[in-house]
Each structure stands twice: as structure tokens, then as C-alpha cells.
Design a binder for this molecule. Structure first.
Ligand code: PMP
Length: 439
């Protein structure tokens, strides 16, 4: 028996327990192979994937064109350090991003992950502005290395591991459903004035950047109201600071536009990217206006593996695939999904709120009999959200559960998903909710 065929769900899971640092309490299904929207475990069980490996495989698992592009580059060479040896995939991807990223963002730096992209963007903002302070959103997520972790607005990721970097303040997110400033689902652009208040009360007004996810992912799929992001950028610029849009999760078509900022009237000063950029190969990036990017002097910032040519070749193919109808599909399927989820919200009291854009949707699961934090909305019900996810897994569907209160069901499938598959997911959600709580 070959090593490959002797592998099993149990053997892999046991190896995780024995030899990996404990990373996650609720491991999901083991994967032997994946294709399109389908995962297969070691026992031949198939799962419809509605989470894309945390919102990464936007053009479908093992997309043929992406795999081909990566293989072609593997045949040429794997590594030469892209910051020592100029190579074509890096140059071509950088040139392509100068066109594909919003407005006049034209210069990129490549790294290996989202957290590194955020770290680099903060360093660049400090270097360019000569200021040090950074503002981010409560409940936001920007990564887990000590700089980006400082921005991440959730103690769960920091317990026992602080201190992180200094000079970071947090401001209330535009979380309409639980916004204490708005008392309900009526968050408006006026919530952006909280940014001014926090600058006034928590900082020395030496601001280098305001960092926001245009749609918050890990925090619970939070979409800002019209005008909010525009006002935040205005405030940033009034304080001579940059607006960094962290599009690690929202970029590359996830929200039904190539970039989430395309939904708003905003061109950020720096945009961070990772996850969907190379459809699963490790790559991160930030892209900035030339004047800002050129604040880095030679040697200021570098990464041995950053801009790996195989990953960059995959990224170029991913962009081609996205623009061959896949972003359009995300937008069209998302519009259908929005209505279906709204129907679930009206059918089930435990579905307190549904929200999202494109194929990035959240269902906030609540206990309708209990008041939520600060009396805003019913209390989060993380246990029920987890049970619903387990029910769907039994039906062969993988979904995510997250959010600041761990009570948001996250639907972030490959953007290639079709109507039949989405119908299957919605039907499974309905029957799981029915069996958990009745109507
Ligand atoms: N920023 C955002 C908005 C993210 O969602 C994430 C990952 N969930 C990160 C940064 C960190 O990315 P990575 O895990 O690749 O370091």
C-alpha cells in the first residue's frame, strides 16, 4: 500500500493532535483533494464547500488555469528571491495590479500572507507620514503577528501574548445590528464621527493611518452604511494620515466587485491583499500610490519568499479567471442569496440579522428571549450557530462560523458556485434551523 492510500481522516487528525501546536478547537473536515466547489476527505466523502478555506479559493479549488500556470512556472524555476533576482511573474503581476487596483495605486510590494501585508503597509504609512499612531476598528481583524495583532480589535487573539506594538487605538465599527450609537439597524455615515472622537480622546493626533476592512470579515460580515468609508477617509486626510483598506478578505471579487472599495466612492491610499490573490498559493501584497510607495528607501522592507514566482504566476492566472465572468457570477448569485437569507431572517427569530455583499454573507444567530450586550439587539447564540454548522456538515456542506461573538454563520463559497449549489445550501440551512428550534 502506498503512503498516500494508507492515509486516513483519523491518521491525519491524530498527527495534528500530536505534532502541531494546538491551533483550533474545532477542526473541520480533513481534505484529501479538492476541485471546484467540492472537498473530498480520505474516506471518499464529498462536501460542498461554502467557506473556501477561509475565503481563499475564489476561482474554485484547483482551478485548471491556475494550476497550469503554477506548474509552468515550477518547470522554469521555483525561487530566486524576487527582491534579489528580477523575474517575469513578479514584474508582470506588479504591472497588472497597477491597472487592476483602484485609482492611482500603482506600486506593489509582495509578501506571503495577509498579516505581512498589513505589517508592511503600517511601516510604509509611518515612513511616508513621519507619524506613528494607527487607528483601527473594534472587532476588526488584520492578522496575528505583533503589529497587525495590535490592530486586530479582539482580545481573544491576544490573551497572554501582549504587548503588541504601541500607539494603536480602536474605534466603534459600523455594526448596524449592534451599534449603540444608532440603536438598531440604522447605522449611518454619522457613525464615522466616532473616528474624530477617538482621535480627540485617545491619540496625540500624530496619526499615520486609519486601517479598515471595507467589509469586516472575521468580525462578523459587517457592511458599512453609505457614506461611512468616504467620511473615514476624509477624517484620515484631515489629520494628514493615510487610509489603508485591508482587502485581504474582501479583494479579488469576493464582494461582487474586484475590490470592496469599488462599492464606495473611495480610493484608499494603500490596499492590502492576500487570501484570494493566488487562489490558495501563499502570497500577500500591498499596493500604494507612487508617491507613498517611494517613501521606502532601498532595503527598508524585504522578504526572502515574498513574491514567489510560482505564486505570482498563479495570481496572474487567477486575475484572468476572475475577469472571465467569475466576479459577475459572484454579484449575480449574491443578489439571489441576499433575498433567500432575508427570507430565513423573517422565518426564524433566531436569525437576528443577515448581511453581506457578493458572496460574502453572514447570518447572525441570536437568542431572541435575551437582551444583547449594552441592550442592543438580542444576545448572540454561539452554541446554536455551531450546532447549525455541524448539522450542515452532516449533510455534506461546509460553512464557517465566526464573528466577534462567534455567532455568525459565514457563507463565503468559491465565486464559481452555481444556483443549484446555493439552493442546496439554503435548503440545508432552513432544515437545520427547523430541526434545532422549530419555526
Ligand atoms: N486581514 C484580514 C481582513 C483578514 O481577514 C485576515 C485573515 N483572516 C488577515 C488580515 C490575515 O491574513 P493571514 O491569515 O493570511 O495572515
Amino acid at each position: 500500500m502506498s503512503e498516500q492510500t494508507s492515509r486516513s481522516n483519523e491518521a491525519v487528525t491524530n498527527q495534528y493532535d500530536a505534532y502541531l501546536t494546538p491551533i483550533w478547537k474545532n477542526l473541520n473536515v480533513p481534505i484529501k483533494r479538492a476541485s471546484g466547489e467540492t472537498l473530498e476527505d480520505f474516506e471518499g466523502n464529498e462536501y460542498l464547500d461554502a467557506f473556501s478555506g477561509i475565503s481563499v479559493t475564489n476561482v474554485g479549488h484547483n482551478n485548471e488555469a491556475v494550476v497550469e500556470a503554477a506548474k509552468d512556472q515550477l518547470d522554469e524555476f521555483v525561487h530566486g528571491c524576487s527582491y534579489v533576482h528580477p523575474n517575469a511573474p513578479v514584474g508582470e503581476l506588479a504591472e497588472r495590479l497597477a491597472t487592476e487596483t483602484p485609482g492611482d495605486l500603482t506600486k506593489s510590494f509582495f509578501c506571503n500572507s495577509g498579516t505581512e501585508a498589513v505589517e508592511g503597509a503600517i511601516k510604509l504609512a509611518r515612513k511616508y507620514t513621519g507619524s506613528t499612531e494607527v487607528l483601527a476598528l473594534e472587532m476588526g481583524f488584520h492578522g496575528r503577528t505583533l503589529g497587525s495583532l495590535a490592530l486586530t480589535g479582539n482580545k481573544a487573539y491576544k490573551n497572554g501574548m501582549a504587548p503588541t506594538i504601541n500607539d494603536v487605538s480602536h474605534v466603534e465599527p459600523p455594526y448596524g445590528y449592534r451599534c449603540p450609537s444608532c440603536e438598531g439597524e440604522t447605522c449611518t455615515a454619522a457613525c464615522a464621527e466616532n473616528v474624530e472622537r477617538v482621535i480627540g480622546t485617545h491619540t496625540a493626533d500624530d496619526l499615520a493611518a486609519i486601517v479598515v476592512e471595507p467589509v469586516m470579515g472575521e468580525g462578523g460580515i459587517i457592511v458599512p452604511p453609505e457614506g461611512w468609508l468616504e467620511r473615514v477617509q476624509e477624517i484620515a486626510h484631515e489629520h494628514d494620515a493615510l487610509l489603508i483598506a485591508d482587502e485581504v478578505q474582501t479583494g479579488y471579487g469576493r464582494t461582487g466587485e474586484l475590490w470592496a472599495v469599488d462599492h464606495f466612492d473611495v480610493v484608499p491610499d494603500i490596499i492590502t491583499q492576500a487570501k484570494g490573490i493566488a487562489n490558495g498559493l501563499p502570497l500577500g501584497a500591498f499596493t500604494a500610490r507612487e508617491e507613498i510607495a517611494d517613501a521606502f528607501e532601498s532595503g527598508d522592507h524585504l522578504s526572502t519568499f515574498g513574491g514567489n514566482p510560482v505564486a505570482c504566476a498563479a495570481a496572474l492566472a487567477t486575475l484572468d479567471e476572475l475577469q472571465d465572468g467569475i466576479v459577475d457570477n459572484a454579484r449575480e448569485q449574491g443578489a439571489w442569496l441576499e433575498d433567500e437569507l432575508a427570507a430565513l431572517e423573517s422565518e426564524f427569530d433566531v436569525v437576528g440579522d443577515t448581511r453581506g455583499l457578493g458572496l460574502m454573507y453572514g447570518l447572525e444567530i441570536v437568542d431572541p428571549s435575551t437582551d444583547g450586550p449594552r441592550g442592543v439587539a438580542p444576545a448572540p447564540d454561539a452554541t446554536l450557530a455551531k450546532s447549525v454548522a455541524a448539522d450542515l456538515r452532516e449533510e455534506g456542506i461546509v460553512i464557517g462560523v465566526g464573528g466577534y461573538y462567534s455567532n455568525v454563520i459565514r457563507l463565503q463559497p468559491p465565486l464559481t458556485i452555481d444556483r443549484d449549489q446555493l439552493e442546496r445550501i439554503v435548503a440545508a440551512l432552513r432544515s437545520a434551523l427547523e430541526s434545532e428550534v422549530g419555526r
